[in-house]
Design a protein around this ligand. Sequence first.
Ligand SMILES: [Zn+2]
Length: 128
Amino acid sequence: MTFKTLQLNLSHLLSSLRPWLTLFIVFWLLGSLGLGWLVNSFLILVGLLFLAPIILFFGFRWWLQSNLINDRCPVCDNEVTGLNNTQLQCNNCGEQLFIQDKEIQRFTPEGTIDVNAIEVPSQSLEES
Ligand SMILES: [Zn+2]
């Protein structure tokens, strides 16, 4: 490595470091002017700006994990996913469902009598 390339590398390094150096000098100047609190509050603000999305992301994930219910449709046994305390429709049989207390229940309007269909054995159908 010649002296010239070393100088080139050094100037390249310096030019890439310049914004950081400027920032450092600005902070140092502010600190020496007795404005350390300004630097501190700025750093806290930057820290919060960095932390906020992370906290939001993990908070949202935690919320989703405790509120996203994955259960089977009580009508057709198809797997349904929905949020707690919301209404949804089974994507297989179209049954109106709602999730309450982390359990999927059939959405049947009040006053409607839920009649369970009796399964007809296939054998008797073939005989007739
Ligand atoms: Zn269903």
